[in-house]
Design a protein around this ligand. Structure first.
Ligand SMILES: Nc1ncnc2c1ncn2[C@@H]1O[C@H](COP(=O)(O)OP(=O)(O)OP(=O)(O)O)[C@@H](O)[C@H]1O
Ligand SMILES: [Mg+2]
Length: 309
């Protein structure tokens, strides 16, 4: 019994050392300082401070409506924060730039162009030499394992393959930072798992700085060097954790499953803390001022059931 107890304590201790608060690692590539953003009456972000270093893979994780996309768009320069500032390599972000590439759930390929042509088209303004363009296109098609499909049109590919083309296209552009907003959310579980393995491998080869938004705790733990956990009303950073698991990571790894439980519990507690108690609701309802502002109302239509919290 004593042995069981000791091994349980040792397991928890090891666990703690695998998921630790992030430490400052010196000069940041992306520095987000006291950023706030409001859309008219919706306070989407408040006091967000975050440093991301060169070559890090950072996952932004949090419930629907906590401001993940707003923060990502602010990094992309497509949203101007109402307060605070963001710099990349010391330069303030003032608008979109090809150095910060956004990827979404939709692969957004030109349907009338083949895989090869889609990649060539993306490269046309960046690379003048046709020969060099061809080399790059070949290299990235190989990297995302699409050899043999160079002449296929997007509708002749599966959703996962289209996403791989989209990833290859992003990589050919060689951006300094890759910003990904739930790119795999629409894929089935098996294809998503394959994309996780592929993205891990590609990242190990390229060491791009990646900021990846997700709802999915295990996805964040499989992919991220760091998991920045966000909470809502207004959107803020709850905690910033370093994931110390070797790669490639397996989502069914026992340690990873335990870590994901730990993060879910943290989110549950944060959610419970923001929900008003029954007395508070009654009190506000009694004031006849319409619905209580702090009541937990989803900001969006419910998402399809999946590996979400
Ligand atoms: N263009 C907009 N105009 C007004 N309000 C907006 C706009 N975009 C987002 N919001 C609001 O800002 C808050 C944060 O939204 P955001 O899309 O950043 O959240 P999210 O964490 O990405 O959510 P999800 O996981 O559902 O994509 C939400 O309350 C949302 O309703
Ligand atoms: Mg979003």
């Amino acid at each position: 019994m004593l042995r069981g107890l000791l091994s349980g304590v040792a397991g928890r201790w090891r666990q703690r050392r695998l998921l630790v608060p992030s430490t400052d690692k010196g000069e940041a590539k992306i520095a987000v300082s006291r950023v706030a953003h409001s859309y008219r009456d919706v306070e989407a972000l408040k006091n967000v401070t975050l440093n991301i270093h060169h070559g890090e893979f950072v996952c932004l994780l949090g419930p629907s409506g906590c401001g993940k996309t707003t923060l990502l768009y602010a990094l992309a320069g497509q949203v101007s924060p109402t307060f605070g500032n963001i710099t990349i390599d010391g330069e303030p972000v003032k608008g979109p730039s090809p150095d910060r590439l956004l990827m979404f759930q939709e692969a957004a390929l030109f349907p009338w162009l083949t895989v090869r042509q889609n990649l060539h088209f993306a490269l046309r303004s960046k690379e003048r030499s046709k020969r060099r363009r061809e080399d790059l296109v070949r290299k990235y098609i190989r990297r995302v394992q699409l050899e043999g499909f160079e002449d296929a049109l997007p509708h002749q590919l599966s959703a996962g393959m289209r996403m791989r083309v989209s990833l290859a296209r992003a990589l050919t552009m060689n951006p300094a930072v890759l910003l990904m907003d739930e790119p795999f959310a629409a894929l089935d579980a098996q294809t998503r798992g394959q994309m996780h393995q592929l993205l891990q491998r590609v990242w190990l080869e390229t060491r791009k700085t990646v900021v990846f938004v997700t709802h999915d705790v295990r996805e964040a733990l499989v992919l991220g060097d760091r998991v920045v956990v966000m909470a809502m009303r207004p959107g803020h950073i709850l905690t910033d954790l370093e994931v110390r698991l070797p790669r490639p990571r397996d989502p069914d790894d026992e340690k990873l499953v335990l870590m994901s439980r730990q993060i879910r519990e943290m989110l549950r507690r944060a959610g419970a803390a923001e929900r008003p108690g029954p007395e508070e609701v009654e009190e506000r309802d009694g004031q006849g001022e319409g619905p209580p502002v702090a009541r937990s109302v989803p900001t969006r239509a419910p998402r399809p059931v999946g590996a979400r919290f």
